[in-house]
Design a protein. Structure first.
Length: 202
């Protein structure tokens, strides 16, 4: 993603300090980590916000991303929080990896990733191959194609999903629980942010 190949301040805000992603992690990702130990695979780990938090909870975490700039920040962020020994960072394109190449995991986190990928099913199938029997996938993504807006373009999304598309993509999971949510004051933030983008483009 070209946006995250820019300078560190852009990456830091977009992947660590982003209020929307922090909201998703706090409300929908961390509460699903029932056991406070085990192995977690973080797909599209970026600058490492989730990795660091999960390592602090006691998990061993493997993060994979194909963008070098965020991964450099992730390593520095892990050292800052003294959890570098609980984290392994893999700089690879997941679409080019073999099934199960990273081993088996108790949990897999795939937060706000598949909307950037045309062949998203290949990513989800890789996740299947990486989960232990009884393992849990926690996936968040953009919902409802009718809500496509300037922020989707700016973030270089390629797709928003319907509920049925997500259900079909998760065909191999024994149990699927889908929650549709909105970020508080999202429409107001969208208006303000898109207005800012238009000003910066002129």
């Amino acid at each position: 993603m070209k946006l995250y190949q820019k300078n560190a301040s852009v990456v830091y805000f977009g992947q660590i300090d982003n209020p929307y992603d922090k909201f998703l992690s706090r409300e929908f990702v961390y509460p699903l980590l029932r056991e406070k130990n085990g192995k977690i695979l973080d797909i599209g780990c970026g600058a490492g916000r989730n990795m660091i938090e999960m390592a602090k909870l006691g998990f061993d975490v493997v993060g994979i991303d194909h963008n070098a700039v965020p991964l450099k920040i992730a390593k520095e962020y892990a050292r800052k929080h003294k959890v570098q020994d609980k984290i392994k960072i893999v700089h690879k394109d997941i679409l080019r990896m073999r099934a199960g190449e990273l081993g088996l995991f108790d949990y897999c986190i795939c937060q706000e990733v598949i909307e950037h990928i045309v062949d998203y099913q290949k990513v989800i199938d890789f996740i299947y191959s990486s989960l232990k029997r009884g393992g849990v996938l926690i996936l968040t993504t953009q919902h409802n194609p009718n809500l496509w807006n300037d922020l989707d373009d700016y973030a270089q999304h390629v797709k928003r999903f319907t509920k049925s598309e997500i259900t079909d993509a998760l065909y191999a999971l024994k149990t699927v629980d889908i929650t549709i949510t909105g970020f508080p004051f999202h429409r107001l933030l969208h208006f303000l942010y898109t207005s800012l983008l238009k000003v910066r483009r002129t």
